[in-house]
Design a protein around this ligand. Sequence first.
Ligand SMILES: [Zn+2]
Length: 328
Amino acid sequence: MNGLGRGTRTCVCYHLRYGSKQRDHVERHDSSESRMTFTEFMRRFPTNDACLEYLKERFYPAGTECPNPKCRKASKFHRIKGRSAYSCQYCGHHVYPTAGTIFHKSTTSLQLWFWAIYLMSSTRCGLAAKHLEREIGVSYKTAHRMFKQIRTLLDDGGSLSGRVEIDETYMGGTRKGSSGGRPGPNDSTKPPVLAMVERKGKVKALVVPNVRRATLLPEIQRYVDPSSIVYTDELKSYDLLGQHYSQHWRIPHSLGIFIQGHIYTTTAESFFALVKGGIWGTYRGVSTRYLQNYLDEYAWRWNHKYDRRSMFETILDQVEKDDPLDVL
Ligand SMILES: [Zn+2]
């Protein structure tokens, strides 16, 4: 067998594919869209303590003024063994990195919180609380509460400008026939949603009570800068937009035309397609009560999809402490 037995051959192939070093050192491939892989997450936050240490470094880096009014010295804070607290190097005053954050008073471990944020940030089309429950081993109630808290960390993207497409749809049904799948006046199972989408930019989506002009116009003005060029379909509610925006272009959907040069609303339509696909696939339907939360989550993910840093870090950066005195 001249030295190339079965085992040896397998070994050679393995080395060719991975190289002995890379096997032990799992790195993200250049072509991966991920900004933080699970391995990178685990390397950075391998334990509950590592997560606590991260928060301590955020809120009490060396040289932070001690919150004790009698001390007030630029201090270092040392970990108190067995507790989620650190103490001032001079007066021994205790500080709690989680106090006043979304992690405050939670019996769920900090690492599970960080993991939940990681999962929420790494999915493309939304994550159901049910999935989180299974993945990190908490009760459904806890998973739901964690989601609610984590969503409070998502920014709303601010105002929109440039070329902005504006479109409306009804959630919970596909557009069919001449009525456009529109529900009757009291059909709360098909809430209308308004989306405003910058081309190659951010999106804002809102659940609205109806699609009348008096409802839509103030919302559009609230989020879309007057300097913008706006694109809509022929819905009458958009009639006055030309008076408020630098240009208003309309695509005549009723003539079966969907793209006419630079006039189209397909970016907004692709946002709706994403949300509808996600909501009916991942969430198996969403009550109207929570629909705005889901829209915000989708919009946030859309707004950050081209970020250079990971969405995980962007969310984590939003963790704030509203209790500077650390009163527990
Ligand atoms: Zn002190």
